[in-house]
Every structure is written in structure tokens, then in C-alpha cells.
Design a binder for this molecule. Structure first.
Ligand code: 5GP
Ligand code: MN
Length: 351
């Protein structure tokens, strides 16, 4: 069994990666650019990638977004999604584009293994690599330029900072505004997490001034599902949730049979982990889904329980202080057993 967690966590800043500001003067010189992000991209990952693409194209860069895997259907409304390459579906074409790239942007992840099958191709690239991310413990030595700030609400906020900071705020058009707003909404839980600091609201005010229709984005993100997904949510909350009041913890474990019965696709389980947080007193929520290749965890916490360290310590994962993810190769039953043991080991931190 792993050592119990400590409350404090530190991480080192890199001595290798040059500041992102150093690329600002280079933005005006057209290049072959690839933008990539983490596997199963969510609103922030896809939104930041597409916002950056729409920005760079205005300087004449040739830009391709390559996703390591497929993505949720509810992301498809984002302007530019149709041109995104799915590496798993189109390896040959994607590799040819990677081979020609002069700049590689890595958004919303900070270590190559978060890109699954793209890990080795990305590591093998010798072009300029640029990191823009807000997760903890970046592998900064792998990047030539970049910025890694855990204080940022989202990678989309960081793309906004890049556009404004490089002196090109006038290039923020409606597609860019929609993509940025979607990522901010996604990663701040619709502005409810502490990460929605004052600057986030100022950013939104600026996007609104530039013509953003925020209601349209909310409808696209949240009112765009099929009936089966809602029925599945009801089933899961009724039959698959366990609450451990003595540990202020709620656990949802979803077997593969549920995914098949309700025709659940990539992205349909997004947001499920948030429901148990509405139970009074709950400090930690853990959701595990029995996927084909692994058991995939999502963790959410309130207050001073460190989900990032929890995921790293017990389930080969990571993320943020109050939201993280991880994985396990064990069966669902064994994985759930291991979680319960970890919860008990952390009883003091969960009080
Ligand atoms: P979600 O539960 O929404 O999939 O992920 C929550 C947060 O944890 C996101 O910021 C995501 O990037 C991060 N995350 C999810 N799974 C993993 C993982 O396996 N490893 C790491 N390092 N981060 C993860
Ligand atoms: Mn993000």
C-alpha cells in the first residue's frame, strides 16, 4: 500500500523552458504549425486548440490541430472541429503533417504520456515545442518555450492572455471568443470553482464587448444531448452511487454493462462526477468507469483535500488540487477495493 499523503505539496519550476513571451515577436512569421492536446479532449482542450488555430491563421501560418483520440460529440459545434485530425483514425496523414511541423504547441497537458499513442511521435519531433498549460508538475525540460501556471482557470484563459499580451487583441473574432468562453465555462464548472478569479470575469466582459453570445455557447455545451444520456444519469445516481458519511466521500463505479445498455459514447459521462458534490458535507467525490483498456478515475474535492496528490499516490494520475484523474489496470472490483482502502488511509484529511 502506498504511503499516506501529506497535506503540503511543492513543485519545481523548470530551468530549461524559455518564457512564452519570447515567441511573441515570432508570431508574425508564417510557419507550419501543429497544435495538439490531451487524449479525449474536453471543452478546454479543444477550445484552446481551436482558438489558437483561428488566431495563428490570421498571420498566414498553416495550422493543423491533431487530437490524440476521438472526442465527445458535444464539442463538434466549435468552429473548426471538422478540420481536426484524430490521430487514431488518420495516423498516416497526421504523421506526414508532424514531420513537416516547425512549431508544435502542446495545450492543456504537460507531459507527453497524456497523449496516449501520440506520445512517441511527439517525443521524436525535433522542431520547436511550446507548452501552454495549467496543470501541476510540468515536464518543462521537454519544451523550448512555454508557460505553466496552476493559478489559471483554464488553458483557454491562457490563450486569451497570449493574444492580448502579444498585442493582437484586435484579432479576437467570434469563433475565437466562442472557443475561449467554452473552455473557461468547462474548466471553472460554469464559474463556480475558486479558479474563476476576478480576471476570468474581466475576460468574459471583454469577450462580450467583442460580440460573444454566451447563451449560445451554454446551449451547445449543456442542452445538446440525447435522451439516453439523461436516463443513464438517473440510473447511475440511483444504483451506482455509494456514500461514506464517516469519510465525507461519495463513490460512483460504473460497470461496462451500463455503458453498453445505455449506448454511452465518449463524453457522455462528462459532468457525472459533479452530482454527488451537491450532498451536504461531501468533501471527496470519486467516479470510476470500466473502459475497455483501463479503469478510468475522476476525482473532485472541496476545500483542503488534494485530489492531485491523491490521484498520483494511488492511481497513476494527477491534475489539479480540487479536480484530478487517474487509472488502474485492475478489475473494477479490485480498483474499487483499492479506492476504499485509500479513502480509509486518508481518514484524517477527509475530516
Ligand atoms: P476529468 O476528471 O475531468 O477527466 O479530469 C480532471 C482533471 O484531471 C483534468 O484537468 C485532467 O486533465 C486531469 N486528469 C485526468 N486524468 C488524468 C490522468 O490520468 N493523469 C493526469 N496527470 N491528469 C489527469
Ligand atoms: Mn484545462
Amino acid at each position: 500500500m502506498a504511503k499516506p499523503m501529506k497535506r503540503e505539496k511543492h513543485y519545481l519550476r523548470s530551468r530549461f523552458m524559455k518564457p512564452i513571451q519570447d515567441i511573441y515577436p515570432l508570431l508574425v512569421q508564417p510557419k507550419q504549425v501543429v497544435i495538439t492536446t490531451h487524449q479525449k479532449p474536453d471543452a478546454d482542450a479543444m477550445g484552446s486548440s481551436l482558438a489558437l488555430k483561428h488566431f495563428l491563421e490570421q498571420f498566414g501560418h498553416s495550422v493543423t490541430v491533431i487530437s490524440p483520440t476521438n472526442w465527445a460529440g458535444w464539442v463538434n459545434w466549435m468552429p473548426g472541429t471538422k478540420e481536426v485530425l484524430d490521430y487514431e483514425m488518420d495516423r498516416g496523414k497526421a504523421q506526414a503533417i508532424l514531420d513537416k511541423a516547425e512549431w508544435l504547441f502542446c495545450l492543456d497537458f504537460n507531459i507527453f504520456h497524456r497523449t496516449k499513442n501520440l506520445e512517441t511521435p511527439l517525443k521524436n519531433m525535433t522542431c520547436v515545442k511550446i507548452l501552454i498549460d495549467h496543470h501541476q508538475e510540468p515536464d518543462s525540460a521537454s519544451f523550448n518555450y512555454g508557460i505553466s501556471l496552476t493559478s489559471k482557470s483554464s488553458t483557454c484563459e491562457m490563450i486569451y492572455d497570449l493574444i492580448v499580451g502579444s498585442g493582437h487583441a484586435d484579432k479576437i473574432n467570434i469563433p475565437i471568443a466562442e472557443c475561449i468562453y467554452a473552455g473557461v465555462v468547462g474548466d471553472t464548472g460554469s464559474f463556480r470553482f475558486p479558479s474563476a478569479h476576478a480576471g476570468v470575469h474581466t475576460l468574459v466582459a471583454d469577450l462580450k464587448t467583442r460580440g460573444l453570445q454566451h447563451g449560445k455557447v451554454h446551449e451547445n455545451l449543456f442542452d445538446n444531448f440525447l435522451e439516453n444520456r439523461l436516463r443513464f444519469t438517473g440510473h447511475v445516481l440511483l444504483n451506482r452511487m455509494e456514500v461514506f458519511y464517516e469519510y465525507n466521500t461519495a463513490l460512483i463505479a460504473i460497470p461496462k454493462s451500463d455503458l453498453l445498455k445505455y449506448y454511452i459514447k465518449t463524453g457522455d459521462t462528462e459532468g457525472l462526477v459533479n452530482y454527488p458534490q451537491s450532498i451536504q458535507g461531501i468533501k471527496l467525490v470519486a467516479l470510476v468507469i470500466d473502459r475497455d483498456e483501463e479503469r478510468k478515475w475522476s476525482f473532485r474535492s472541496k476545500g483542503d483535500f488534494d485530489c492531485n496528490t491523491f490521484a498520483r499516490t494511488y492511481f497513476e494520475g494527477g491534475g489539479h488540487y480540487n479536480a484530478s484523474g487517474g487509472r488502474s489496470s485492475d478489475s473494477l472490483e479490485k480498483t474499487v477495493e483499492r479506492f476504499k482502502a485509500a479513502m480509509k488511509e486518508n481518514a484524517t484529511l477527509l475530516q
